[in-house]
Write a protein that binds this ligand. Structure first.
Ligand code: ADP
Length: 541
């Protein structure tokens, strides 16, 4: 027997129309280049998205064609998030922090037809544009008159002013592509993910649900994670769906900017990678800000150090929600919330649960497999490669022959090594390529560096594998002291601090002190650069 429910396509148009009808007065606030605050409402946003859809149609953008963005987090970027997919085209967010050669590779691979660029990023983008082979039109988002070498560039505001605020949104196929993102290519060339409307719709429901990130109409959402990085983890889509107030920081990403926005806009949920919050925490130890509005801070993209989670909770009453995801997963996979039965446990044990990456969000299935591809036990100890499947996880990379080995019996292979405990909480042990393989045994660099970052004199730490004559590889700790502890911390202090926490053979063979940990384009520790730098580092036998 068939169900008798309507055929109703799950598309982003539903969110746009919903926001227009139900939340017209709700505010969207953006801190612009230069620091000025821009404020408007969902009524303004949805009307301007319709104008942009009309403008793109006039420019000849056909369904399925790629319209790229090269921008900071802002209200205009939010308009493109809806205007492009809801008019049938494909939103392609380009990563503004990649090397020019990578951006042009990605834009050419995706065959972008139009690129919408922030005026403040023109100097960077103008270096990329000559390499672009398929782009026919550039559009510049500017607050003031601008000059550019981009051929025939159009002004975003003029285009909108000349277009109607009414657009007849068509009924789209939910399986059609709404958007694209490329992985940042930590190994090999970047690879493209093509997200369907259906995937982004279901992902927004999954992200907003109470036991996941839990985003509601009462929230004020500040995604610090960039809109070019997997749609700021889907926060803008989920926030628009529920009608939350949205706050965008633009290029203003210093700890003081973030603290001010949280305090002044009464932000309740702020999401970002650990490095952002490590910086904010150090700042808050010196400066007084009122963060009492903050309800929850989803942190992911890299392991959140336990000390970060604990200090925010104990000193500022802010709950960090540790989450794990991937570009290939739209991106949300797991969220570490304490089960109600665990609330009676001692505080330290509850923290141990929250330090893990959490349980899968409804819609995501997980399993861990050994090297032979067999599933390993959910015992919290046996390591295996994490595999996932679900409606917002890719089934193939875009136009990427040779990447079939990332899939296994209908599952996507994440490249992350994990343990899964009996309650279904995953713990990321490492990325397969970052693990230290010492004499046939594995050492987790993530666990070591998370522990080192708990030392009161340490700001940041990254652990890498360096070649070793006897053991093949051994761990080397690269440590950045806090500014007031520089020169006052020794290798012995770090090793002594780790001694009680790890087996002796896990301890780093050496500790080097450096000024900063190199970061990737999205603010994660770039261990590739460190590995290269220390590849000939001589460890004692
Ligand atoms: P990339 O870092 O390659 O650009 P993504 O942004 O998609 O790509 O990153 C996904 C990867 O980031 C995951 O496979 C995992 O290794 C890492 N990651 C994400 N969240 C966490 C977390 N909470 N803890 C540890 N690692 C994480």
């Amino acid at each position: 027997m068939q169900g008798l429910m309507m055929e109703y396509p799950l598309t982003l148009t539903h969110f746009l129309e919903r926001a227009r009808r139900l939340f017209p007065k709700k505010e969207i606030v953006s801190k612009m280049p230069g620091g000025a605050l821009h404020r408007y409402t969902y009524a303004d946003m949805t009307a301007r998205a319709a104008r942009l859809a009309n403008a793109l149609k006039k420019l000849g953008v056909a369904p399925g064609e790629r319209v790229a963005t090269f921008g900071w987090n802002s209200y205009r970027h939010l308009e493109t998030y809806f205007a492009i997919p809801c008019s049938g085209a494909v939103l392609h967010t380009l990563n503004i922090r990649l090397f020019p050669d990578d951006v042009s590779y990605i834009a050419n691979h995706a065959e972008d037809k139009v690129v919408i660029v922030d005026a403040s990023l023109l100097p960077a983008f103008e270096k990329i544009a000559p390499q672009l082979k398929t782009v026919e039109q550039y559009i510049v988002m500017a607050d003031a008159p601008f000059e550019t070498s981009l051929p025939n560039a159009l002004d975003y505001e003029t285009l909108l002013a000349e277009s109607s605020p009414d657009f007849e949104w068509q009924r789209l196929d939910e399986q059609s592509a709404a958007a694209m993102c490329y992985t940042s290519g930590t190994t090999g060339k970047p690879k493209g993910c093509a997200y369907s409307h259906r995937a982004l719709f279901l992902h927004a429901l999954g992200a907003a649900s109470a036991d996941s990130l839990g985003i509601s109409e009462r929230d004020v959402a500040l995604p610090i994670v960039p809109m070019f990085h997997v749609f700021a983890w889907g926060v803008p889509f989920a926030a628009t769906m529920v009608g939350a107030k949205q706050v965008f920081a633009g290029p203003n990403m210093q700890p003081q900017d973030i603290a001010e926005l949280i305090q002044n806009e009464r932000v309740t949920i702020a999401a970002g990678v650990p490095t952002i919050w490590i910086g904010l925490l150090a700042f808050l130890e010196r400066e007084q800000y009122d963060l009492s509005s903050l309800r929850v801070m989803p942190v992911g993209g890299a392991a959140a150090p336990p000390a970060l989670i604990e200090t925010f909770q104990k000193k500022f009453g802010v709950q960090i929600l540790h989450a794990w995801g991937m570009t290939e997963m739209s991106p949300l996979g797991t969220v570490a919330r304490v089960k109600p039965e665990m609330l009676a446990l001692p505080e330290a044990e509850q923290f141990r649960v929250r330090f893990k990456q959490g349980r899968p969000v409804a819609g995501v299935e997980i399993r861990a497999v050994d090297e032979a591809g067999n599933e390993v036990a959910w015992d919290g100890a046996t390591m295996g490669e994490l595999e996932v499947r679900g409606p917002w996880i890719i089934r193939a990379y875009y136009n990427s022959p040779g990447s079939e080995d990332r899939f296994h019996d209908g599952w996507f292979r994440t490249g992350d090594v994990v343990t899964i405990d009996a309650d279904g909480y995953i713990q990321i042990v490492d990325r397969t390529k970052d693990l230290v393989k010492s004499g046939g045994e594995w050492i987790s660099t993530v666990e070591l560096e998370s522990a080192i970052m708990g030392h009161p004199k340490v700001l940041e730490a990254a652990v890498i594998a360096v070649p070793h004559a006897k053991w093949q590889e051994r761990p080397l700790a690269c440590v950045v002291p806090k500014p007031d502890s520089a020169g006052q911390i020794s290798k012995e202090e770090i090793l002594e601090y780790l001694q009680t926490k790890f087996a002796k053979w896990w301890l780093p063979d050496d500790v080097v002190f450096i000024d900063q940990i190199p970061k990737t384009s999205v603010g994660k520790f770039d261990k590739k650069v460190l590995r290269e730098k220390f590849k000939e580092y001589a460890l004692a036998e």
